[in-house]
Design a protein around this ligand. Structure first.
Ligand code: ADP
Ligand code: MG
Length: 308
């Protein structure tokens, strides 16, 4: 099967997608933005052995490659719309590509994202790069830089699960729920859109809560207090690790793809099925201080993130 047939068979989907004037098959895709909306463009690259373990199920690789991009769009308050895929493969086994395409389309159709183009090349290692374009009402994008003193700090879902899942996997004792939180992250797309016009700042959690929230604070020129006892932890994490390890995963573990955002008191939107927890407050200053039951606790970010 040559490259053309491969793309036709596995990547082209016949159903016409909104806003796509010309999709896969030409030199470029032609897209029609909606009036009154701005575009948000993101890209993320996953390298085998660096961002996911060798031998990962291709369905999971593809799902995750789309999900991490969806998460960036969500953190901006945007609606995901169109994506392109750059795929570098050491070999082109059809069974692998078929399963990869399945994961790709699964993640994309969940959020009505159309694949509009890409590039397929042979290379020494497996590299998957997805670029995603989303849109948002003009002026509605949420930035990292808007947090105000007095705002509350919130996080969606639970934190620390993906890193804990990876650690258990490397130790040869995988726990299915925690592993799935690494391989199949749930981008908070609906919630991100609900935050537009409400959150003062937002970031998605790829490097770990402490590191990512610190980036938000730096961009906003403010400090913050994080109340450690409030961190939302899954029951799996609590059952399998002692409190110190739980805290280490929750603060330093990456790859959760939850949203961390700031908003005035009482303003966090409520969406059924997704817990949102207040974990602290924005304060004067420029650092992130951890409190445990009202006492300051020193915390050193172990930079415990990403596979390898
Ligand atoms: P060109 O030589 O103009 O770059 P290609 O022959 O590489 O075009 O690709 C042909 C068409 O297939 C293009 O529309 C391109 O966007 C699309 N395409 C190539 N690889 C992929 C892929 N992995 N997924 C989706 N579309 C792809
Ligand atoms: Mg061309």
């Amino acid at each position: 099967m040559d490259e053309f047939e491969l793309i036709q068979t596995y990547f082209v989907r016949s159903d016409e997608a909104p806003g796509v004037t010309t999709g896969i098959g030409d030199d470029g895709a032609v897209l029609q933005p909606d009036a009154g909306r701005e575009l948000i463009v993101v890209i993320d690259t996953l390298v085998e052995g660096i961002h996911f373990p060798d031998g990962t199920d291709p369905l999971d690789i593809a799902y995750r490659a789309v999900a991490v991009n969806l998460s960036d769009i969500a953190a901006m308050g945007g609606r995901p719309r169109w994506m392109t895929l750059a795929l570098t493969l050491p070999s082109a086994e059809e069974s692998w590509i078929s399963r990869f395409a399945e994961g790709l389309h699964a993640a994309a159709t969940e959020h009505h994202v159309a694949l509009v183009g890409g590039d397929t090349t042979r290379g020494k290692s497996l590299v998957v790069s997805v670029a995603l374009t989303g849109d948002v009402a003009t002026g509605g994008a949420i930035k990292r830089s808007g947090a105000q003193v007095g705002d509350h700090i919130f996080v969606t879902g639970t934190v620390g699960d993906a890193a804990a899942g990876l650690e258990l996997l490397s130790a040869g004792e995988p726990q299915p729920y925690l592993s799935s939180r690494f391989f199949r992250p749930t981008a908070r797309v609906g919630y991100g859109q609900a935050l537009s016009g409400i959150a003062t700042a937002a970031i998605d959690l790829s490097d770990g809560l402490f590191a990512d929230l610190s980036k938000l604070l730096a961009a906003s020129g403010v400090g913050g207090v994080l109340q450690i006892e409030k961190l939302p932890l899954s029951k799996e994490l609590r059952q399998l690790f002692d409190p110190e390890a739980q805290r280490r995963f929750a603060l330093s573990g990456g790859d959760d793809y939850e949203l961390c955002f700031t908003a005035p008191a009482g303003k966090a939107p409520v969406l059924s099925g997704l817990p949102v927890t207040r974990i602290g407050s924005i304060a004067e200053g420029e650092s992130l201080i951890c409190h445990l039951d009202g006492q300051v606790v020193p915390f050193e970010d172990s930079g415990y993130r990403h596979f390898a």
